[in-house]
Design a protein around this ligand. Structure first.
Ligand SMILES: [Zn+2]
Length: 179
C-alpha cells in the first residue's frame, strides 16, 4: 500500500523522497483506516434493542455531524443527519442511531444510498412503525472543482412506513428538524 501511495505522489508530480513527504504514505494509510473503518463493522449489531411498548411518539436524533467520502471522486461530503423512528415494540439507546450513521458514512458513499441504508437498517432491526432520515451535505467534489458551486447543499430524505402513510407524522418530522 505504501508503495502505491508513493507511485500516486509521483504521478501527481511530486517527489516522494523529499523530507515533507517521507512519512506521508504511512499517514495516508492511517487516516484511510479511520475514514473507511465502516467496512469492518456491522451496523445491525450496533442496534441493541430493548422491549418497550408504551411510548407511541416520534424518537428523533437531529443535527448529527456527518463526514463521508463520495465514491465518485473520493472527496469528502460533510453536513448534518437527522434520524427518526416511531417505535412499535422495540426502542434503542439514542447514541446507537449516530453509531449506525457513522458506520455507513465510513465507507465510500453516495448521499442517496447513505440515507436509504440508515433507514433500512432501522426498519430491519427495530421493526418500527416508521423511520425517516434526512441528510444535508456539502460535497467537496463540487465546492473545490467542477462547477465550483461553493454554497450549495444537497438534501436527501428517506421515509418509510408511517412517515409515508401519515402526512401529520411526516410534517412533525420535517418541522422538528427545521428548527
Ligand atoms: Zn463526488
Amino acid at each position: 500500500m505504501e508503495k502505491h501511495i508513493k507511485e500516486i505522489l509521483q504521478i501527481i508530480g511530486e517527489d516522494p523522497r523529499r523530507d515533507g513527504l517521507l512519512d506521508t504514505p504511512k499517514r495516508v494509510i492511517k487516516s484511510w483506516n479511520e475514514l473507511y473503518s465502516g467496512y469492518n463493522q456491522n451496523p445491525e449489531e450496533v442496534l441493541k434493542t430493548f422491549e418497550y411498548d408504551r411510548y407511541k411518539g416520534m424518537v428523533l436524533l437531529k443535527n448529527i455531524e456527518l463526514y463521508s467520502m463520495c465514491e465518485h471522486h473520493m472527496l469528502p461530503f460533510v453536513g448534518k443527519c437527522h434520524i427518526a423512528y416511531i417505535p412499535d415494540k422495540k426502542i434503542v439507546g439514542i447514541s446507537k442511531l449516530a453509531r449506525v450513521m457513522e458506520i455507513f458514512a465510513r465507507r465510500l458513499q453516495i448521499q442517496e444510498r447513505l440515507t436509504d441504508e440508515i433507514a433500512d437498517c432501522l426498519i430491519k432491526i427495530l421493526e418500527p412503525k416508521g423511520a425517516a432520515v434526512q441528510i444535508e451535505a456539502e460535497h467537496f467534489c463540487m465546492r473545490m472543482r467542477g462547477v465550483n458551486k461553493q454554497n450549495s447543499t444537497m438534501v436527501t430524505t428517506t421515509l418509510r412506513g408511517s412517515f409515508i402513510k401519515d402526512p401529520s407524522t411526516r410534517n412533525e418530522f420535517l418541522n422538528a428538524i427545521r428548527s
